[in-house]
Design a protein around this ligand. Structure first.
Ligand code: NAD
Length: 359
């Protein structure tokens, strides 16, 4: 007899991310081939000012395939920077972009593609995961808006772990927690599906294994490869299913209190995981098992072991800000496995502010 208890599954829709992923040490040398593969003949190479030298070296290696370098990418994709980059794209006769960097640079490439449809080749150098999502957050006059569109998803992503060997350890850890946060929320997402959950779990496992090794030896190539692999999986989950309380809290804190992106994710994640632990117990069980059965507490302990920040008060948030933060976080209703209750959110934020272990 058919065991319906085991075979019956709730229905789901899974859309496979169509991006081309090129993974492995030394794959930076494949950029020219990938530009040509997209029909590109002149690539505008993008970076932040901090990574300008690397972008220039890449443009030099591309030779005639490079239209130029635009190295003014900034956090939160300010529209005024995008306008300047669009002018550079036209002036240099570019027909595609190569974004070399983390979420800020990738955001600029997405903003260009959203406006002119240019193919994007991304060389990802952090663990934030933006390179595999069709999501773009932009800021104009201090207001951040988010758009989701097929034109925003980069066509090609190159993951070369060699480029992350010098990613500073504190950034590696917080960027890795940012990635884990996508996966934790993906596990209990309202529109979760078995494939996204497999990727989420494997992503968490890979990062949990790699991050302590990176702290012990930042130039460990295997650990760097493991972390980049995990961040690809976690980013893919972010691009595939919906997020909930954790991302809402981080966007509120980042947008209204100017708290730094990756550090805020790192501090909030143990608390948001603990908040949802009971309501999403089944969905989170395999991830909790990786942390001895207590996901929130385990993530908090891991952050401590890795020397990561654990208190919002260390980033300028005042205790007096907590009421407004809680009000903003519950202002517009959104789905979460556990109802989003103002007083419980205020208590969550108070613990995260003070640096206390989640309850
Ligand atoms: P980032 O891109 O802002 O990079 C931070 C700094 O580190 C920059 O100066 C950068 O040049 C430098 N850097 C990057 N890689 C380096 C490396 N390998 N070695 C040395 N320095 C390096 O940081 P991020 O955390 O990758 O991105 C954060 C931004 O991305 C935020 O604006 C966030 O909103 C956005 N984001 C968007 C999505 C999405 O799906 N749209 C997803 C995640 C993050």
């Amino acid at each position: 007899m058919l065991d319906t208890a085991r075979t019956a599954r709730p229905g789901f829709t899974h859309v496979t991310n169509p991006a081309r992923i090129v993974f492995g040490p030394g794959t930076l040398s494949r950029v020219a081939e990938e530009v040509a593969g997209q029909g590109g003949t002149r690539a505008l190479v993008l970076s932040t000012p901090h990574q300008k030298a690397d972008a220039e070296a890449l443009a030099a290696a591309l030779g005639e395939l490079a239209a130029g370098v635009f190295a003014e990418a900034a956090m939160h994709t300010p529209v005024e920077v995008t306008v300047k980059a669009m002018a550079a794209f036209t002036a240099t006769g570019a027909d595609c972009v190569v974004a070399f960097g983390g979420g800020s640079t990738i955001g600029l490439g997405k903003a260009i593609a959203y406006r002119n449809g240019a193919p994007q080749i991304v060389v990802a150098t952090t663990y934030a995961g933006s390179e595999v999502t069709p999501i773009l957050g932009q800021t104009e006059d201090g207001v951040k808006t988010t758009v989701r569109d097929a034109s925003i998803l980069p066509e090609v992503v190159i993951y070369d772990p060699d480029l992350t060997l010098g990613l500073p350890v504190p950034m590696s850890v917080t960027s890795g927690f940012n990635a884990i946060a996508h996966a934790v929320e993906g596990l209990y997402a309202q529109d979760r599906n078995p494939v996204a959950s497999l990727m989420a779990l494997e992503g968490i496992r890979a990062l949990k294994e790699a991050l302590p090794r990176i702290v012990a030896g930042p130039r460990d190539p295997e650990a760097r490869g493991g972390a980049l692999y995990g961040s690809w999986l976690c980013g893919t989950v972010l691009g595939t299913v919906g997020m909930a309380l954790h991302h809402k809290l981080c966007h509120t804190l980042g947008g209204s209190f100017d708290l730094p992106h990756a550090e805020t994710h790192t501090i909030i994640l143990p608390h948001s995981a603990a908040y949802n632990a009971g309501a999403a117990a089944d969905a989170l069980a395999p991830a909790a098992a990786l942390f001895g059965g207590d996901l929130g507490g385990g993530l908090w302990d891991l952050a401590g072991e890795l020397g990561a920040p654990r208190a919002l008060k260390d980033f300028g948030l005042k205790e007096a800000d907590l009421d407004r933060a809680a009000d903003l976080a519950v202002k517009n209703p959104y789905w979460n496995p556990r109802p989003v209750e103002r007083d419980a959110i205020r208590a969550l934020l108070r613990r995260a502010w003070a640096g206390q272990r989640p309850e």
